[in-house]
Design a binder for this molecule. Structure first.
Ligand code: C6P
Length: 416
């Protein structure tokens, strides 16, 4: 693959963003006066033609329900749906001890555990250990579980640089579940989850990793990570919206009561009672998001074809360059400076509200996120109500960073 040089020709990127963008129809379709500079992949990534084709092929050639249709199209649909499950499992290095449950997204995957595991395993006085940098999706479900069971929430704090503080003291014999964000959607911090999982194991706690921002960007190996649950979303890793994954330890999933109930998740039903299907189908009530799961399978093929380590190195080079450019601008404040980070940066520009900044940048074709990033407790600790955020993926390059900083400069001129 060709490489992209930065404007001063001193650095190269592992991937050629322009070449990769050719696979993504949106970059052709949206370019007008300015190229579409998409810097919001942490919210939702763009979709390559290969994923669109997989979804279209399902609808055009074998659209039928799964697991219940005894005719060729239905069997093809079941085969493609189950093959997507195998692809996802291989992609994250899961072995037989872990099962892949398709959900609507990371949010639903975490709610599934908080509800179906929490309801039967948490008691008054137990501790649920989270960090202060959780996305609302890994905070609010645990607030509900605590309210329902009498368990207590505890938090590992983070410091000014956006890294977790020494967490050892937070683990006690009362800790029953440790649920932590792997890569922060605000600071980009890659948290030391191996260390956290080991500490959790030492007190006999169950572990959940919110991998919504890490599975799309890092090489993941469930066998060595060895957490009990891992949650992530398809739409942040080139897949369609409406599909996500809970990878769970089979033994725990078998012990858990169902989350949603209805068709497909049962083995037998009488008027009075029911028995449950095997894991993972016990947790997939009703008709699943078939096309979306098949699309996720195609996304995983695409990412594997490029290589997760290459993608991570690409984003590391981009974020390094971005930080140099932003830190050179007097009006810009960057929040956090974690040594281990992914391709995400949050910042504010003096005198410009992040929402206004986002709108002004949009005039130059630059799409960033502005707001609290579904992490209001982080904003509160930083003492701001909102920030701007730029996030990168494999289709970005140095030109995108230049367009971001140039657009910030023109916004400042526009405001003053
Ligand atoms: N963060 C962001 O712009 P869903 O919405 O279920 O696909 O993912 C929820 C979620 C869970 N955990 C983390 C760490 C996340 O970053 C997200 C989604 C997006 O930061 C949308 S708010």
């Amino acid at each position: 693959m060709t490489v992209t040089l930065d404007p001063s020709n001193t650095r190269t990127l592992p991937l050629d963003g322009a070449y990769i963008r050719n696979n993504f129809p949106i970059f052709r379709n949206r370019s007008s006066k300015n190229p579409f500079t998409y810097l919001d992949s942490a919210a939702t990534s763009q979709t390559p033609q290969q994923v669109v084709d997989a979804v279209e092929t399902y609808y055009n050639h074998y659209n039928a329900n799964v697991h219940r249709s005894i005719y060729a199209a239905g069997e093809e649909a079941t085969e493609a749906y189950e093959s997507a499950r195998d692809k996802v499992s291989n992609f994250i290095g899961a072995d037989d001890s872990h099962a892949i449950v398709f959900t609507r997204g990371a949010t639903e995957a975490i709610n599934l555990v908080a509800y179906a595991w929490g309801r039967n395993n948490l008691r008054e006085g137990d501790e649920i250990l989270l960090t202060e940098m959780e996305h609302h999706s890994n905070l609010v479900p645990w607030q509900l579980a605590a309210r329902q069971t009498g368990a207590k929430l505890k938090f590992i704090p983070f410091s000014e640089d956006g890294t977790l503080e020494n967490s050892e003291a937070s683990f006690t014999e009362k800790t029953k579940i440790v649920s932590v964000i792997h890569q922060s959607n605000v600071f980009g911090t890659i948290n030391p989850v191996n260390e956290i999982i080991n500490l959790a194991k030492s007190v006999g706690a169950v572990t959940l990793i919110d991998a919504a921002q890490s599975v799309p960007h890092l090489h993941m190996d469930m066998t060595s990570l060895d957490c009990d649950f891992l949650a992530f979303s398809g739409h942040k890793m080139l897949g369609p919206t409406g599909v996500g994954v809970l990878c769970g330890r089979t033994e725990l999933l078998e012990q858990m009561e169902p989350f949603l109930a209805g068709g497909e998740m049962i083995r037998t039903v009488s008027l009075e009672t029911s028995t449950w299907n095997d894991v993972p189908w016990k947790f997939e009530a009703g008709t699943p998001n078939i096309a979306q799961a098949i699309g996720l399978g195609a996304a995983v093929d695409y990412l594997s074809g490029i290589g997760m380590e290459t993608i991570h190195r690409h984003e590391a080079a981009l974020i390094k360059y971005t930080l140099e450019r932003l830190e050179g601008m007097d009006e810009v404040t960057v929040y956090g400076n974690p040594p281990e980070r992914g391709g995400v940066v949050v910042f504010n520009v003096e005198g410009v509200h992040p929402h206004d900044l986002s709108q002004l940048l949009d005039r130059d074709g630059v799409a960033i996120r502005a707001g609290h990033h579904c992490a209001q407790p982080i904003m509160e600790k930083l003492g701001v109500s909102a920030t701007a955020r730029a996030s990168f993926y494999l289709y970005n390059d140095f030109e995108d960073v230049n367009r971001l900083t140039e657009a910030i400069t023109s916004s400042l001129k526009f405001i003053t």
